[in-house]
Design a protein around this ligand. Sequence first.
Ligand code: SIN
Ligand code: CO
Length: 398
Amino acid sequence: MPEPLPIEVQARPGQPLGMPPARFLREVWQQRPLLVRGAFAGIAAPLTPEDLAGLACEDAALSRLIVHDPAHDRWNVRTGPFDESVFASLPETHWTLLVQDVDKWDGDVAALLARFDFLPSWRIDDIMVSYAVDGGSVGAHVDQYDVFLIQGFGRRRWRIDDRADAPTAFRDDVELKLLREFTPTRDWLLEAGDLLYLPPGVPHHGIAYGACLTFSVGMRAPALGELVADFAASVAESLPESRRYGDAGIRPAQRAGEISGEVLEKIRLDMMTALAADSSFLRRWFGSFITRYRAANEAVPRSPRLTAAAFARGLAGGDGLVRNPWSRMAWTALPRGAAELHVAGEAHPCERGLAERLCKTPPLDAAEILAFDDAARALLLDLVNAGHLAIVRARRKR
Ligand code: SIN
Ligand code: CO
């Protein structure tokens, strides 16, 4: 029998989670919390508090500033964009600045995601970054998604309640969804490079121990209701008007106004038959759904369009391509080695090698792109013109 897994483990060389990913997925993922000491040992926080504050002043970034008054347990929540002057007016202690989707703005932050490549990339939502001064906190709460909390710099005290029946009712006197009751069963001080994994629904409370920076890698998990609603809408679109309620062969009505059990059974059967989509319909629908789901920003088509000749000239001169960080991509396999690339809800035939490559973060260089065939390059050009890919200009000699 293998040893039961402790709640706290130490990262090892080649095993940042302290165990192989397969064991993590089998025994921890979506099941229980895990603290990994030294998972990101030697992390040089790829972002300074000043960078984060700068981002929080941008219109397009989603940011919040949370100030706690511990004497009266009052919470003040402000949403960005902020004016720079706000930061000078903050108290010495007990505030936190949080910015979502920082991976979309900062390539070095996005690079942290490479460590999570054992999870489907389309499951990852974003990296939220929080900077807190001593005592800064967002209060005790639960999240509906799995989260990996990476200590970037400084220290944060994390307390969690890992009991299966932990209470999760919210307070109704605060704007934040804070827990009414929180009884921690674990209490840890995380140092830079430590990682705390929490599955959905585990009450937790992090308090800065001196100034600190935390990266939260958050997952996406559509609600079953969202899946069903979107899928049903997609099935409905595919059904012709002529396919309607029919009741050939029914028995004479017995009582005025009654909807009989016989009719209800027939309706259930008709709807179930319509919804039992074949696997190809399901594949395409989910590829479209998941690459549209929770998209915070849409790609802007390129104007004027790049011509095939200009694209080819650029590649010959060493230009590369980088993915628009807001354009979600995923792919599904088709028979005989083919694939379909799903990009922000659209499906494109695409060779598997290119589909897989596009779903990785680093830019594609010209040599890589030239090694693909003409059809692949035509797709890349379409994606450039749709705004899902951008050209990285090579440094040319003058
Ligand atoms: C934080 O970084 O302050 C909060 C993150 C979380 O609790 O999910
Ligand atoms: Co949380």
